[in-house]
Write a new protein. Structure first.
Length: 393
């Protein structure tokens, strides 16, 4: 079963177990269950109270890893590309490989709950963070009046110019403030290396910002459209407003939407990519433009704009603190690690950048553990000197 479909099915099972599944979703789940009696047996197992009571996560994790590695080795012999696999993603990836591993859904349910609780739980503090203390910040807010305000997880409310920024656990809400002034001002939020943030714009649009990304946004939207400018990697869930299109300026082109979810990847010195999760968008660069459907990605290269079909979860999993890569160049993988762990990457030979890797890992895993598992591929050796990683044969 394809990875993308397995993720969809896991969400349907999660909703059924929680009692929040819709009639349409129930019908889709029934179609999957009808494909094999084994699928229905698995679902019935997940719904039994005694299942969780007898659950042994360590035992099932080890069995899943062994099954997964056997399958991966078989694939490797056929494809010739090296496949990596990182421990905490083992149960999920193993079920993608083998339907006999039954714990995938449980992990999807529990891990997603834990992630949501961590993201949305608020930590309140009466002590403001000093504006000069940027060393402990996760992000910097550059205000329209020239201030640099460190943003951390400890402060509840901060008023900036004509807007208010609410801050909880990696959550910022930007709201209009009735100041009596009609002036629209622009602030810039910069995410530091190794950090991430989620924010909400004044129209309700949600934005997830990956490490070393930034967004320039107004204190309120006025006029015929809603426009922001971005750098790095961001995931948007745009509030629908057909009379006021949402426009994202990436520096490599413009995305025009009405209401949709899409991922923008526009780091310096990397291939710009726009991935559409749902809805419909138009991407424009100069006098060229393309319309994207869900599951499509537009890439900007020397030949212009190229549209390809992709597994969207591969490009949005970072929101769930998961990094996935399928037959990606080593340089792409190491660029991600460089941003997440704030390290410099040095290659002893340019050809090493082109080596293909496939795998997945959890963000904020210990860097040394990730490097060790990459080295186990047998293709490269990594020396660590402080904040510098030297990659050689």
């Amino acid at each position: 079963m394809e990875n993308n479909r397995m993720i969809i099915v896991s969400e349907l099972i999660r909703k059924k177990v929680l009692g929040i599944i819709t009639p349409e979703e129930r019908e889709e789940l029934e179609c999957w269950l009808a494909e094999s009696p084994r699928y229905r047996e698995l679902l019935e197992k997940y719904e039994r109270p005694e299942f969780l009571a007898s659950f042994d996560p360590e035992k099932d994790r080890m069995e899943a890893e062994e099954a997964y590695m056997r399958w991966m080795n078989a694939r490797q012999r056929k494809s010739g590309s090296r496949i990596l696999f990182f421990r905490r993603w083992s149960v999920a990836a193993a079920l993608v490989a083998l339907m006999g591993v039954s714990l995938f859904f449980f992990y999807r349910i529990t891990e997603r709950r834990e992630w949501q609780n961590r993201i949305y739980s608020e930590r309140l503090s009466d002590e403001p963070m000093p504006e000069s203390d940027e060393t402990l910040a996760d992000a910097l807010l550059l205000t329209a009046d020239g201030r640099r305000i460190p943003m951390s997880e400890s402060k509840k409310v901060m008023t900036v110019s004509a807007g208010a920024i609410k801050q909880g656990d990696r959550l910022i809400a930007v709201e209009e403030k009735n100041s009596g002034s009609p002036e629209v001002v622009y602030n810039t939020l910069k995410i530091l290396r190794g950090k991430r943030f989620k924010m909400q714009l004044s129209d309700g649009t949600k934005v997830w910002l990956n490490s070393e990304s930034e967004i320039t946004f107004p204190n309120r939207f006025e006029g015929s459209n809603r426009m922001v400018s971005v750098k790095g990697e961001l995931l948007f869930e745009v509030t629908e407003d057909k009379s006021h299109p949402f426009i994202v300026n990436t520096g490599h082109g413009v995305v025009r939407v009405l209401g949709t979810a899409f991922n923008v990847h526009c780091y310096d010195n990397e291939t710009p990519m726009i991935t559409l999760v749902r809805g419909k968008i138009r991407y424009s660069l100069g006098n060229r433009s393309v319309d994207l459907e869900p599951g499509q990605q537009c890439r900007v290269n020397d030949d212009g704009l190229t549209v390809v079909n992709v597994d969207t979860y591969e490009y949005t999993a970072w929101v769930d603190e998961v990094i996935t890569f399928k037959n990606k160049r080593l340089e792409e993988l190491m660029n991600v690690l460089g941003r997440l762990y704030d390290v410099e990457i040095v290659y002893e030979a340019p050809s090493l950048k082109e080596l293909p890797f496939t795998g997945a890992f959890r963000q904020y895993e210990q860097l040394d553990e990730i490097l060790r598992m990459i080295e186990e591929s047998g293709l490269i050796h990594i020396d660590r000197e402080g904040r510098k990683l030297i990659i050689g044969k």
